[in-house]
Design a protein around this ligand. Structure first.
Ligand code: AMP
Length: 367
């Protein structure tokens, strides 16, 4: 089909994704089903190229990103770790302010507080002296986190005692940080929502998450510790966040569940690993609802069935092993094996307890 014919028959605006990893891959799968043209910006060989055209773009180069954005109708992101200056002036969903807050832990914490949402005790740290003062003020143990560019436990150092202060500061590279007091949470839960162009919002159920070494290992829906009050409380918080940011698209907030409610840990202005279960477990996946939201389509039904997702970290199990379990859905991102890397996930109906126990043990024996 010629470009002219393609443009004439196209119903929806085209989408450019900044990034071409597994989140872009799953967004591309959803876009395909909706008949939406989606193009990714990344590096040759990035895994989303299996499902969508990939243009080679250096995401730290504002001019290259602007040139990419000029070739599509609107732009979205798969990672918040893109320099805010690069995002300025783009037709970007969600907006640059939301991304700018989410990519800086200090701004994020203050933003949650401005929305009336509790957070862990914290103090900004810009020097070794600040860290000494913050450790005295908050008490130890505590976690030092870089303000920017942290993910999957990277950019973090745990301090058990005052002896760890200098090592922790060196470990994070002496960049601007926050020190966070340890929260003795009952559980970790995330809530994902999509907000559309007219301000309409749909919520997924609270998701129970288990992390190890800062990396998500397992997500379960529904959250077993949910009380009648918890889902509405988390929804009320998320609504505040979405409205305060005039947010369009999918947003995830990770919470610590504490006696009497939840406090916010962080937010992701994008589709989120803890929502991957929604491909099989919800009537409309987080990926489809993100594409729907940013294009101004009606949002899809989030009705969900009990589901468990296990992350494959480091390497994928063989198909011979997974094919023996007809209950599981295998998602292989097509990445090379590497320690600590998210290379795929497996999704199960929650009733498949034996299969879940087997794979839980195989993938994450100590979770
Ligand atoms: P983060 O990168 O902030 O999401 O942290 C990764 C994981 O480390 C979280 O999901 C928790 O399991 C743990 N963690 C982070 N901050 C704290 C805290 N203040 N207290 C206790 N555990 C934490």
């Amino acid at each position: 089909m010629s470009e002219a014919t393609r443009t004439q028959t196209r119903v929806w605006p085209s989408v450019g994704v900044l990034g071409a990893g597994q989140l872009a891959l799953m967004l591309a799968d959803a876009a395909k089903v909706l008949g939406v043209d989606l193009v990714c910006a990344g590096q040759p060989g990035d895994c989303a190229s299996q499902a969508a055209p990939l243009l080679t773009v250096d995401l730290s180069d504002a001019r290259a990103v602007a040139e990419f954005a000029a070739q599509v109708d609107l732009v979205t992101i798969e990672s918040e770790n893109i320099d805010a200056a690069v995002l300025q002036g783009l037709n970007l969903f969600p907006n640059a302010r939301a991304v700018g807050i989410a990519q800086d832990r200090l701004l994020e914490k203050r933003f949650f507080q401005s929305c009336g949402i509790g957070v862990a005790p914290f103090a900004p740290v810009d020097s070794l002296e600040d860290l000494q003062e913050a450790a005295a003020e908050l008490g130890l143990p505590a976690i030092l986190k870089t303000r920017r560019m942290g993910y999957d436990g990277k950019g973090q150092a745990r301090l058990q005692s005052a002896d760890d202060i200098a090592t922790a500061w060196a470990e994070v590279g002496g960049v601007p940080c926050i020190l966070e007091g340890m929260v003795h949470f009952e559980a970790e839960a995330s809530l994902i929502a999509a907000r559309g162009r007219e301000g309409e919002i749909v919520f997924y159920p609270l998701i129970e998450n288990v992390h190890r070494e800062g990396i998500l290992r397992r997500s379960t829906v529904p959250f077993s510790g949910a009380t009648d009050a918890l889902q509405p409380l988390a929804e009320q918080y998320l609504r505040k966040v979405l409205e305060a940011l005039d947010y369009i698209g999918v947003l995830a907030v990770e919470f610590f569940v504490v006696p009497g409610g939840v406090i916010a840990n962080e937010m992701a202005p994008r589709v989120h690993n803890s929502g991957h279960w929604s491909i099989e477990g919800a009537k409309t996946s987080q990926f489809e609802n993100h594409v729907r939201a940013i294009l101004g389509m009606a949002l899809g039904d989030t009705a969900s069935v009990p589901t468990v997702m296990l992350n494959c970290i480091g390497e994928m199990p063989s198909t011979a092993e997974t094919d023996a379990f007809p209950q599981l859905s295998r998602h292989d991102y097509g990445k090379d094996a590497r320690e600590g890397r998210k290379v795929g996930h497996l999704t199960f109906p929650a009733g498949a307890t034996e299969a879940i126990a087997f794979w839980q043990h195989k993938l994450n024996p100590d979770v």
